[in-house]
Design a protein around this ligand. Structure first.
Ligand SMILES: N[C@@H](CCC(=O)N[C@@H](CS)C(=O)NCC(=O)O)C(=O)O
Length: 206
């Protein structure tokens, strides 16, 4: 059975929702950030990157949200979470996932994880000070150029949607004005009404 290593209020939410949407049988295993469990030998044996998510499959461990989401979509084709047999549409999907992973998530991380990039507390403050404006620029691009509606790729719900939902949860914590992004906020609200999303959110509250 698949096993997802996750932590609440992190990017692992996207993979968690995708597993539910796919109707996968999986075990969800919480990693306790309050004790820095992600840095302990037992977890490093699963994911030496010391991060969540990590998805354990019968063929090995998958890390990196875009890779996990794509695996879920391809392992459960009946759920139709990614375009099949359409190289361009699949590339567009990858482009969206990778933008969230490599640009938006990194801009967000500069607010809380500045120690990855600098030791100087003044540099941490300088990085924090840029988060709201950098994230605003990212959401502007998504809202105006990337999001088709009602889902990220028009009428087709895909693995891009739980990932956008996850990243849109950072709007307020990152000091971004949600009123500037009506499409993203509307998508976020509609996502919470999906049974798969509601199940995961209820499970995370326990
Ligand atoms: N590129 C990775 C990023 C994973 C990542 O940074 N996860 C964060 C939570 S959102 C984490 O585990 N942080 C733990 C830490 O920094 O100690 C992905 O997209 O899966």
């Amino acid at each position: 059975m698949l096993k997802l290593f996750y932590a609440p209020a992190t990017c692992s939410l996207a993979s968690h929702i995708a597993l539910e949407e796919a109707g996968a049988e999986y075990e969800a295993r919480r990693v306790d950030f309050s004790t820095a469990e992600q840095t302990k030998p037992d977890y490093l044996a699963v994911n030496p990157k010391a991060r969540v998510p990590a998805l354990v499959t019968d063929r090995g461990v998958i890390t990196e949200t875009p890779a996990i989401l794509t695996y879920i979509a391809q392992a459960f084709p009946a759920a139709k979470l990614a375009p099949a047999n359409d190289a361009f549409a699949f590339a567009q999907l990858q482009s969206f996932l990778n933008y969230l992973c490599s640009t938006v998530h990194i801009a967000h991380a500069h607010g809380r994880r500045g120690a990855r990039w600098a030791d100087d507390p003044a540099a941490h403050e300088a990085m924090k000070a840029k988060v709201a404006s950098n994230m605003t620029a990212c959401y502007e691009l998504i809202e105006s150029k990337m999001f088709e509606g009602p889902f990220v790729f028009g009428d087709s719900y895909s693995i891009a949607d739980p990932y956008l939902f996850t990243v849109a949860g950072w709007i307020e914590p990152d000091g971004v004005d949600p009123a500037r992004f009506p499409k993203i906020v509307d998508h976020r609200n509609r996502m919470t009404a999906r049974p798969a999303v509601a199940r995961v959110l209820a499970m995370l509250k326990v």
